[in-house]
Structure formats: C-alpha cells, structure tokens
Design a protein around this ligand. Structure first.
Ligand code: 4GS
Length: 222
C-alpha cells in the first residue's frame, strides 16, 4: 500500500520508523511518501498560512500549496484522499479494515485552525476523526490511522499477531493475558490457563471477554 502524507511537519512521522509499522515500511509492504507542503509554497517566504477572512483568531492553511502538493503526489487521483478532522467520521476498526482495501491513501494533515474550506471541497474524498477532542494538528491522527490500517495490510502482522483474534473483531474487548511467572506478589495465573485443556481455556476466555466488555464498555455489549 502507498500512503502519501501531506504535512508541514514531516519530521513528526519518524515515530512510524519503529516497531511493526517500521518493519512494514522497511519491508516495502507500506510505501510511506512524506510530502512537505512548504515545498509547494509560491510565497517568497514559503508561508503556507494566512489570516482568516472575516477575522477571528489563529491562522488558516492556504489552498495553493496544498493543491499543488496533492497534484504532485496523486496526479491521477488514484488515492483515497482523506482529511483528518474532528468533523469527520469517527475512526473505528471497521473503517480501518475498509481503508486497508485501497492501494493508495493520501492523508492531509491540517495545523493551526485548519485548512481553507476550498481545499476540502476541491480535493478531499472523506474526512475522518480519531475522537471528539481538539488537537494542534492532524499529524497524530494521521499516524493513528496509519498504524491501525497497517495491521490489515497483508503480511504486516506475522503469524501469532492474528488480525482476527483481538478486541473488536467479534465486537468484544480482549480477555486477560498472563505470561511467566506463575505467581507474582501473591497473584497467581488462573489455573485453567495451566490446565492444557484447550476447550476449557477457550470457554474461559470467551466468558472473560463478555464479563470485561459488560463491565468496562457496556455501550459495546449488545
Ligand atoms: C483531529 C481529531 C483534530 C483540529 C487539527 C484543530 C488542528 C485538529 N483530527 N481527529 N486544527 N480529533 N484536528 O483535533 O482528527
């Protein structure tokens, strides 16, 4: 999958050089194309923001550099073009799974008060939000989306990190996990997990999933 990210702060995306997503990028399973919007500014000082028409506080990102950056990164509109914004559809596991079916994504990260509305009207296919709170920029939301989508790109997860046996795959939260030692500070691993009885372990885990979901996220438990 090719993912173009348009941002004024491409350095922030070094966070993706690590762990599973980092491995996927190094292994060419994900081609991350970081585009610095500033490179497309035609202003003599490379400014990419300006005062809002109608007044008010803060700055608005200009349409021209973003338009030119999108045309350079995705000239044939092969990518699903996404703007990260609190006005978007709330990201969830199902949306991530659907986005992973695309060959190309383009993520536009706004900063300051956001982008000129004409950017969205002219260029964007879909707005996506990572939650009902306000951030200083769309960079962290873009990284959240990339991380979440990457897990559904073929071969990004290795055997054992199954995409399906996890929270939300069946609409439930995960069962509690334990590893060595068998006892720590007086707390023991539940006997059933040491029993070797796989049928019984499966039953126990399903029961725990339901218990945990009902208690912590009653909204998910239907
Ligand atoms: C989000 C969010 C966000 C909104 C960007 C104010 C700078 C900021 N983007 N999910 N302008 N929540 N964006 O807070 O996606």
């Amino acid at each position: 999958m090719r993912i173009s990210v348009l941002t004024l702060f491409p350095e922030m995306f070094s966070a993706l050089e690590h762990s599973i997503v980092g491995r996927a990028i190094k292994g060419n399973l994900i081609n991350l194309n970081l585009v610095d919007i500033r490179d497309y500014s035609k202003d003599k000082h490379k400014r990419c923001d300006d005062y809002p028409y109608g007044g008010g506080s803060g700055m608005v990102m200009c349409v021209q550099p973003i338009y030119d950056a999108v045309m350079a990164a995705d000239p044939e509109h092969k990518a699903k073009r996404i703007y990260l914004s609190p006005q978007g559809k709330l990201l969830n596991q199902e949306i991530a799974r659907q986005l992973a079916l695309h060959d190309e994504l383009l993520l536009l990260c706004g900063h300051y008060e956001g982008v000129d509305q004409r950017t969205i009207d002219l260029l964007i296919d879909e707005e996506i939000s990572i939650g009902d709170y306000v951030l200083t920029g769309g960079e962290l939301p873009a990284m959240v989306l990339i991380d979440c989508v990457a897990r559904y790109v073929p071969d990004v997860l290795h055997s054992g990190d199954s995409v399906e046996k996890e929270s939300f795959s069946d609409g439930l939260l995960e069962y509690p996990q334990y590893t060595r030692p068998e006892e720590f500070m007086g707390l023991k691993v539940p006997d059933v997990l040491l029993s070797g009885n796989h049928k019984l372990i499966e039953q126990w885990r399903k029961q725990k999933q339901e218990e945990v979901t009902r208690r912590k996220r009653p909204d998910l438990f239907k």
